[in-house]
Design a protein around this ligand. Structure first.
Ligand code: SF4
Length: 451
């Protein structure tokens, strides 16, 4: 139906968002949805029927990049049948390849980078064939952009944007710009409002949350921010991602011991287990410094869970370097890892390294790492059998199991492990105690102690 007719009939225009990539991007999509709903749009689940399709892109890895371009090709056919449909491309690929997208895909109406989310309505209102907004926005962290969040008890709150680290493989500093920390009051106000709406678990987001506070005039740092959030009523659990090992301070480690609401799980990306490779990655720490921090944290909080990121086959990675990475995986015994084959990213230093590892070799190393981790995860989950875990329930399955009166429930431990169990009631959002009966590779099964 043409938009003019919709306006005449007072029907709300509709939008659909497809999101690629990391949690930061997922949250950016919540903000894009907030901006659009504020303009009178309503969300629809089908891309084909939407008046506006937003694709929120990610360029951290090659795969998401390719998926986005095939999506765009498919939408060209849909738009040929419904020329009134608008297409907006947001996120990191938009930021980095805006002009190229404009010339290669003339069916795209708006291209906007991550720092320009708030301007989407103005861009849509412009009548030129394609509008590109990828300029740096120094005040981005100060803009109050509404978010439409998925239901449930968990909400994500960005505390900083961008990154100053320039790891040699990473595109983020080129697409999201330099670090900008949100003022403490803005973060606290947002968490308070989320608590009022019934959200009980907050995950603070940033490319490198450990360096939160840089550039703020009030002397605030990340441990101090955590302490303030910890005081807020209604918030039962606090988590954060992502931490950079070089900026993980003793004080931040102590907050895990001192703040009961702070969940005992840390995602601490190691990326490689060889000092030579870490140096070429420009990571700013050595393997022994990294392992030392893990050990110190485990001393403070013995049941601390760790997850990590690993890049398989970084340029110049020799077999002996790879073996060092395997050693780190076995030494730390992570609760989970996110491992990927290295892929060349535009603008980054590592794409010009002339000792690239072959695709076959990268695949072989990735498979080895993943299978070692699978064994570790399974063993770590089995150790939990017989323990009682505190779970916040995320939701229930749709149908009673085997036609019985119970429904399938799913929630997470404080260490971020997924637990499945049955209950007669829908316990979404409730804090319950579950006796773990089975440890599987990627999750746990248990029995609720009090329903
Ligand atoms: S710390 Fe390194 S890997 Fe992480 S966002 Fe910054 S540049 Fe990228």
């Amino acid at each position: 139906m043409p938009n003019e007719l919709k306006t005449y009939l007072k029907l709300r225009p509709t939008f659909h968002i497809r999101t690629f990539g990391c949690q930061m991007n997922v949250h950016d999509s919540e903000r894009l949805a907030g901006v659009l709903e504020g303009e009178g749009y309503s969300f629809v689940t089908s891309q084909e029927s939407a008046d506006l399709v937003v694709i929120n892109t990610c360029s951290v890895r090659d795969k998401a990049d390719q998926k986005f371009f095939s999506d765009l090709g498919r939408l060209k056919k849909v738009k040929a049948l419904r020329p009134e449909m608008k297409i907006a491309v947001a996120g990191c690929i938009a930021q980095q390849q805006g002009r190229e997208i404009q010339s290669r895909f003339p069916h795209v109406d708006v291209i906007l980078g991550p720092q320009n989310i708030a301007t989407l309505p103005e861009l849509l209102a412009k009548t030129s064939s394609c509008v590109v907004a990828t300029g740096e926005n120094q005040d981005y962290h100060l803009r109050k952009v509404p978010a439409i969040r998925a239901g449930g008890h968990r909400a994500w709150v960005p505390v900083m944007y961008g990154c100053d680290n320039f790891c040699s493989y990473c595109i983020v500093p080129y697409t999201r710009g330099r670090e900008q920390s949100r003022p403490v009051k803005d973060v606290i106000d947002e968490v308070l409002s989320l608590a009022d709406q019934g959200y009980s678990e907050i995950t603070l987001l940033g490319q490198n949350v450990n360096s939160y506070g840089k550039g703020l005039s009030d002397g605030m740092d990340f441990p101090a921010l955590l302490e303030q959030i910890h005081l807020l009523e209604g918030i039962k659990r606090i988590r954060f991602v992502t931490s950079h090992p070089k900026d993980l301070s003793e004080r931040l480690m102590e907050t895990f011991r001192d703040l009961p609401k702070l969940c005992n799980h840390m995602h601490l990306p190691v990326q490689a287990g060889s000092d030579r490779v870490l140096e070429r990655m420009n990571r700013g720490y050595t393997v022994s410094e990294y392992l030392d921090k893990i050990e110190r944290l485990r001393k403070l909080v013995p049941d601390m869970a760790f997850t990590t990121d690993i890049i398989a086959g970084f340029p110049g990675e020799e077999e002996s370097d790879f073996e060092e990475t395997v050693k780190v995986v076995r030494t730390v015994e992570y609760d989970g890892i996110f491992a990927f084959k290295y892929s060349k990213r535009p603008h980054t230093k590592a794409r010009f390294f002339n000792d690239q590892v072959s695709e076959v070799e990268k695949g072989r190393r990735l498979n080895i790492i993943l299978s070692i981790q699978d064994e570790i995860s399974k063993l770590k989950n089995k150790v939990l059998v017989g323990t009682v875990q505190e779970i916040i329930v995320e939701g229930e399955g749709s149908a009673p199991k085997n036609g019985g009166s119970t429904t399938h429930q799913m929630g997470r431990t404080r260490t971020n492990k997924i637990v499945h169990f049955e209950s007669e009631n829908n316990l979404a959002g409730k804090l319950v105690q579950v006796l773990i009966a089975e440890g599987l590779q990627h999750s746990l099964k248990g029995r609720i102690l009090k329903d």
